[in-house]
Write a protein that binds this ligand. Structure first.
Ligand code: GDP
Length: 197
């Protein structure tokens, strides 16, 4: 749909309309790969060679069709990644205000998907974000990414550890293999559900 630099300067956020779900996570967590896989469109979400450069909010508008073939527009929102060492100073000035403002103010936002690399677990940023989202009454979908990078027997313990760290249930996915994506779509549909007839 569009890439926004900020709500006021440059390219602004699109006018609120269809319900939105935002995706947020550390740079390199696999957000672009997951979004591309969710939409079934490889290459639609640009995968940056320099993760620190992604300072835009990307809006994707999709149409879902219900059982009666009635169309329902929705939006997936790709928030900027964080935690990239080289931009840590700039990040404080740009990432936080942009993301916090979006999570605080955006009325159309139904849920925020917080992505955490399953191998890495939650760190201070994820803990803060989870609290921030909860404090602002946001529905959180917690997703452990890159499951395929862990041996099978290590996936459940890693997910349990993450669930304990953030006191939230975890959905394990792989944008690469597509594992967990139908379940993630189900959770997103529940978040979008109030707009259904
Ligand atoms: P982003 O910075 O969060 O958007 O992360 P990307 O989607 O660009 O992924 C960062 C790197 O991890 C890329 O090299 C991807 O190919 C790789 N990657 C992303 N998701 C997965 C996954 O589910 N499994 C594996 N094995 N690699 C992944």
């Amino acid at each position: 749909m569009l890439s926004a630099t900020g709500p006021k300067d440059g390219v602004g956020w699109p006018t609120e309309g269809p319900p939105e779900v935002a995706f947020i996570g550390r740079s390199n967590v696999g957000k672009s790969t997951l979004l591309s896989s969710l939409m079934g469109r490889k290459g639609l979400v640009r995968i940056s060679a320099d993760p620190g450069r992604t300072r835009l909010i990307n809006f994707f508008e999709l149409t879902l069709f219900d059982d009666a073939n009635v169309p329902h527009p929705i939006r997936l929102v790709d928030l900027p990644g964080y935690g990239y060492a080289k931009v840590s100073k700039e990040e404080k000035k740009t990432f936080r205000p942009i993301v916090q403002r979006f999570l605080e103010d955006r009325t159309a936002l139904c849920a925020a998907v917080l992505l955490v690399d399953l191998r890495r677990g939650a760190e201070i940023e994820e803990t803060e974000l989870a609290h921030f989202m909860r404090d602002h009454g946001r529905r959180v979908v917690l997703v452990g990414t890159k499951a395929d990078k862990l041996p099978k027997h290590e996936r459940k313990p890693a997910a349990e550890k993450l669930a304990k760290q953030l006191e939230h249930r975890v959905l394990v996915v792989s944008g690469e293999t597509g594992a967990g994506l139908p379940e993630l779509w189900k959770r997103l549909l529940v978040a979008f559900a109030p707009t259904k007839p």
